[in-house]
Design a protein around this ligand. Structure first.
Ligand code: COA
Length: 327
């Protein structure tokens, strides 16, 4: 038995928010944003679009590439921290939208590490479930719905989007995921979180007035943590897969900040030309970011059979994770 990635898909909303647009909203500059983060534009969903709507477009895209019908999906997993509702889960909403009536459905919350956590979870489920042939995994976020557009420390960083991956169980013994490493540290929960809207602090007039329903971040600490976590997790995944940095065709890191990505690549001894980046166009799309990269790479024919790809991410929780893929 082998679990293979057979298709990818993506969707980003039409509306583009530029650094020049942000200059009119908060006290910032294109120069500051570009030099501190590498971000130039991000896509922002309109008021009528929720996360499941973006998932639908990315899923259709991936199903078309896979050449399978929605009814053939045995499970749908949506990695997100911006679900349409607390419940029902976003995967159920998507199931109905695309007519995947034979799929069981759940969301997975691991912030920006969500797609990596979900791919590992999907592979494990497929290994232990006899009739699970196709699983649809998505990373999708409408971060614009939880960004404080008056806070220059955070609002310049994030964007919206959805990315899909379809896994198939095949008869040969080769898995796409050669090795993985996942980790978490709840002691760092307060450096990247949203204070209100859950059972700890339900929505109230006070929580809204005190701006508690937005992303709250201690940027410098997150930066340091991100570099260390992605480097050590990547090294462990490479060791477990029996590969060296030279064997990696592409490093695909969570698209948080150009300076973070550069530091990770340097410490892993992977030259920058082998690091895939699109954060200049999309900003940080949390769980969607690695999937948006993968789909661009697939559709631009950057990946050949046998290529080794290293995915690595970190996010709120804090969580982190890495996967060595063989394409
Ligand atoms: N425009 C202009 N100035 C800004 C600004 C903006 N958009 N945002 C912050 N500043 C200011 C700060 O207020 C600070 O001013 P002060 O010195 O007067 O207090 C100054 O710029 C420098 O801030 P500093 O924190 O030193 O910047 P930095 O080099 O650490 O970069 C981040 C800030 C947020 C870009 C960086 O810390 C980062 O990327 N952290 C990780 C964030 C992340 O990836 N989050 C998502 C995780 S999934």
């Amino acid at each position: 038995m082998g679990i293979k990635i057979i298709a990818t898909g993506r969707y980003v909303p039409e509306r583009v928010l530029t650094n020049a647009d942000l200059e009119k909203m908060v006290e910032t500059s294109d120069e500051w944003i570009r030099t501190r983060t590498g971000i130039e534009t991000r896509h922002i969903a309109d008021a009528s679009q929720a996360t499941s709507d973006m998932c639908r477009e990315a899923a259709k895209n991936a199903l078309e590439m896979a050449g399978i019908a929605p009814s053939e999906l045995g499970a749908i997993v949506v990695a997100t921290i911006t679900p349409d509702h607390s419940f029902p889960n976003t995967a159920c909403l998507l199931q109905e939208e695309i007519g995947a009536k034979n799929a069981f459905c759940f969301d997975l919350s691991a912030a920006c590490s969500g797609l990596i956590y979900s791919l590992v979870t999907a592979q494990a489920l497929m290994k232990m479930t006899p009739n699970l042939k196709y699983v649809l995994v998505l990373g999708a976020e409408k971060l614009s719905s939880i960004v404080d557009w008056d806070d220059r420390n955070t609002c310049v960083l994030f964007g919206d989007g959805a990315a899909a991956v379809i896994l198939e169980k095949t008869d040969d013994g080769n898995d796409s995921i050669k090795a993985y490493n996942l980790g978490a540290d709840g002691a760092c929960k307060d450096i990247l979180f949203m204070p209100a809207g859950g059972s700890r602090m339900p929505a109230s007039l006070e929580s809204v007035q005190n701006r508690k329903h937005f992303i709250n971040m201690t940027g410098k600490e997150v930066f340091k943590f991100a570099v260390n976590a992605m480097v050590s997790s990547s090294q462990q995944a490479m060791t477990d897969a029996g590969v060296a940095p030279d064997d990696i065709k592409f490093l695909v890191p969570h698209q948080a900040n150009y300076r973070i990505l550069k530091a990770v690549a340097q410490r892993l001894d992977i030259p920058e030309e082998r690091v895939y980046m699109n954060l200049n166009r999309y900003g940080n799309t949390s769980a969607a970011s690695i999937g948006l990269c993968l789909d661009e790479m697939v559709r631009n024919n950057l990946l050949q059979k046998g290529d080794k790809v290293l995915l690595t991410a970190f996010g709120g929780g804090l969580t982190w994770g890495s996967i060595v893929l063989e394409w």
